[in-house]
Design a protein around this ligand. Structure first.
Ligand code: EPU
Length: 305
């Protein structure tokens, strides 16, 4: 039975700041995807908690969105409610920093350096939000969030607000219990990281160097979703895609980057279906040539039927 009862639709329409049929493409780094049936941007965690708890009791599908840097939204859009979580409060306390889920990782990296803290320089290479980074244990240059993470405040519909330890979060390579396990659908409110005291100016120099390097190896000025595939154990998806001769392969306006094989670029007006076809082509060609099963890092969300 559909969840679309008149009372549930009326409740959705009554949410603060909610908009119906809201385009989402511009809210993703890919610039691709259809509309949200209902959409709201919320900075107050309690508002998000009320919204997703309300969805749970009414069996309304919902989706939490951060900076939209690792998602491919279907052309048909997303049914139910989409909440963009934008709480960006940040608080430095000694060597610990507590950061709201909506804060950008790059911003947090600068806050850490300004506070004379070391160990979060890798954050400058992660385009997403803190919430999204917890969701998939984001990382760069061989470091990942879990190495500095102390705890996360969160809310799981049907339960209370609580503090998750790193162990509770089931963090692995680009995965967590929020993305793939028992905490699916739960909200990240904020994350606390612990760093080392050090020379903030040195941290800034290192971040500048890493950014220059990233600029040379990744098409960071284009519309893309970051790495499309996870690296298979002991190898690199980008290397395999290049070795399979797939750079420059296109479907519509979606094309595999000539600079880095693990990036798909939206040249303008690409459809989600184009990207999905390109992903399938890459997977079957890499499997045929090298017998390696590439696993997607980008998450396909919305109505794909
Ligand atoms: N390579 C090629 N051809 C290519 C691309 C890469 O031969 O077209 C080779 C490189 O020469 C290198 C190896 O593959 O020897 C690895 O490439 P790179 O150093 O560019 O890193 P990556 O493994 O492709 C990972 C993360 C990135 C992160 C970079 C930098 C994954 C899936 N990707 O990329 O994370 O920015 O390291 O540390 O783990 C992301 O997750 O969205 C992301 C961008």
């Amino acid at each position: 039975m559909s969840w679309r009862k008149e009372s549930s639709l009326a409740w959705l329409r009554s949410l603060p700041g909610v908009r119906a049929d809201e385009p989402l493409a511009a809210r993703t780094s890919f610039g691709i995807g259809g509309p949200a049936e209902f959409f709201a941007e919320m900075a107050n965690p309690q508002s998000v908690e009320r919204a997703i708890e309300g969805c749970r009791v009414r069996a309304i599908p919902y989706r939490l969105l951060g900076a939209g840097t690792n998602v491919l939204i279907a052309d048909a859009g997303i049914e139910g409610l989409v909440v963009r979580v934008v709480n960006r409060d940040v608080e430095v306390d000694g060597t610990r920093i507590r950061a709201g889920a909506g804060l950008k990782m790059m911003r947090l990296a600068r806050v850490a350096a300004d506070a004379g803290l070391r160990g979060f320089e890798f954050g400058i290479g992660v385009p997403g939000s803190v919430g999204g980074a917890v969701y998939q244990n984001a990382g760069c240059w061989g470091s990942e969030l879990r190495q500095v993470l102390v705890s996360v405040t969160g809310f799981q519909p049907g339960a209370d607000r609580r503090t998750w330890s790193v162990g509770d979060l089931g963090l692995g390579y680009r995965t967590s219990a929020l993305r793939d396990g028992a905490l699916r659908g739960a909200l990240v409110i904020d994350a606390t990281i612990k760093l080392e005291r050090g020379d903030g100016e040195e941290a800034k120099r290192l971040m500048a160097r890493l950014t220059r390097e990233r600029n040379e190896t990744q098409p960071i000025k284009t519309k893309n979703c970051g790495s499309v595939f996870k690296n298979p154990p002991g190898d690199s998806a980008g290397r395999l895609i290049q070795a399979a001769g797939l750079k420059g392969t296109r479907e519509g306006s979606a094309v595999i980057s000539e600079l880095h094989g693990n990036f798909i670029i939206n040249e303008g007006g690409a459809r989600a279906a184009d990207v999905a076809r390109l992903i399938d082509r890459v997977r079957s060609e890499v499997m045929r040539r090298f017998g390696v099963q590439l696993e997607r890092e980008v998450e396909l969300i919305g109505s794909w039927k």
